[in-house]
Design a protein around this ligand. Structure first.
Ligand code: 13P
Ligand code: SF4
Length: 361
């Protein structure tokens, strides 16, 4: 069963509206250091990590700012949590911890640092703040939202609670802290089935991604009631495209994220979270693979698996792509943009996230 209307999704943009507008400082976004022969030599080990996916010409631009970011991190006792959808120069060269939503949430809870820079989207930064309330959490661009997070409000969740009394509400982590505060427990794409079954009830509400809910329904006997949210990146893929690619590329393996529509998942060889997809490629070493997810992830895996050929259906997430080396540098220099969560909301939302972390360890 899917609740909500397509209009309610389309009428809200993917931005995190509560945040201040971003002000660019032109003096800062230009590289703070020159690409000298000494710098080239010093950063050679970092270039080794990305040389299959970053050209020498691009490296001339990236290297000085990578060095400046890594120096600022040390000065400020800061860490960068980089989601799998970051571009390779961020993911491999300045990210201290890399992973899917669950891995980054767990890292935020245990990391020993004064400052966390979230190289990801706003709901991820809020999750880090919930789990690390005493740390300064920064998001380099406050408009890095998510179409799933903006598809549902706390009022919507209260209405669901009234319509389905006694039915637990599981929220995908791709929601605002205010929505999480109204829910019983969180889940991510890597633990959704486990979380739903951990509740020991015959029926749950699983919000807001209708496609994740449909996927989970194929894996459990628990009845799933869904909301009509969707990821604007994954909902664009179609089963027909998968068949076309298979016909054009003999031997192709297709692996898909569970935010994809059911016909895409049915046409794929494997379905899993971003971390599970990466593990699959690294373990199986297919000759030719197509990752049906955000485009940068293929570059990040390709950097480490040059023996695998990647066929790239390049759907970019406009929110993830707001994060750049330049605004990460500004974030560390100017404390841009601090993420805070109202303490009353935070206490309730934290419970939902902590219950997930407990149930998934
Ligand atoms: P993962 O938890 O699989 O990394 O998914 C996060 C996300 O935003 C996918 O679009
Ligand atoms: Fe949200 Fe989709 Fe972007 Fe992930 S890829 S942040 S689910 S819009």
């Amino acid at each position: 069963m899917v609740l909500g209307s397509a209009h309610s999704v389309l009428s809200r943009s993917g931005s995190a509206e509560a945040c201040p507008p971003r002000v660019l400082d032109q003096d800062v976004v230009s590289s703070p250091l020159a690409f000298t022969p000494a710098l080239k030599r010093e950063l050679e080990p970092l270039y080794e990590r990305v040389k299959h996916v970053v050209t020498p010409m691009e490296w001339v631009h990236y290297a000085p700012i990578i060095k400046a970011i890594n120096e600022l991190k040390a000065e400020r006792n800061a860490v960068i949590l980089a989601h799998n959808y970051m571009t390779p120069e961020i993911f491999h060269c300045v990210g201290d911890f890399r992973g899917d939503s669950l891995q980054l949430a767990k890292e935020a809870a245990r990391v020993d640092a004064d400052v966390i820079v979230q190289a990801g989207v706003h709901f991820m930064a809020e999750t880090s703040k919930l789990l690390s309330p005493d740390k300064t959490v920064l998001i380099p661009d406050p408009l890095a939202g998510c179409s799933l997070a903006s598809s549902i409000t706390p009022e919507d969740v209260r209405a669901l609670r009234a319509a389905y009394p006694g039915v637990p509400i599981v929220t995908y982590v791709n929601t605002s802290a205010a929505v999480k505060a109204e829910c019983d427990i969180c889940c991510t794409s890597s633990n959704a089935v486990k979380i739903v079954e951990s509740l020991g009830v015959p029926r749950v509400l699983l919000i807001p991604d209708q496609y994740l809910a449909k996927y989970v329904q194929t894996k459990t006997k628990v009845e799933i009631i869904a909301w009509k949210g969707a990821c604007e990146v994954h909902e664009r893929f179609t089963g027909e495209e998968m068949e076309t690619m298979r016909a054009a590329e003999p031997g192709l393996k297709i692996i898909a994220h569970p935010e994809c529509p059911p016909d895409v998942i049915a046409a794929s060889d494997f379905t899993g979270s971003t971390a599970a997809m990466i593990d699959w490629v690294k373990t199986k070493r297919p000759t030719k693979v197509m990752l049906v997810t955000e485009c940068s992830m293929a570059s990040n895996v390709a950097a480490e698996t040059p023996d695998v050929e990647f066929i790239r259906p390049c759907n970019l997430c406009p929110h993830m792509k707001r994060i750049s080396l330049e605004n990460i540098y500004e974030a560390l220099l100017y404390n841009h943009y601090e993420v805070t969560v109202d303490p009353t909301v935070a206490a309730k939302a934290r419970r939902a996230v902590e219950r997930m972390v407990e149930a998934s360890t």
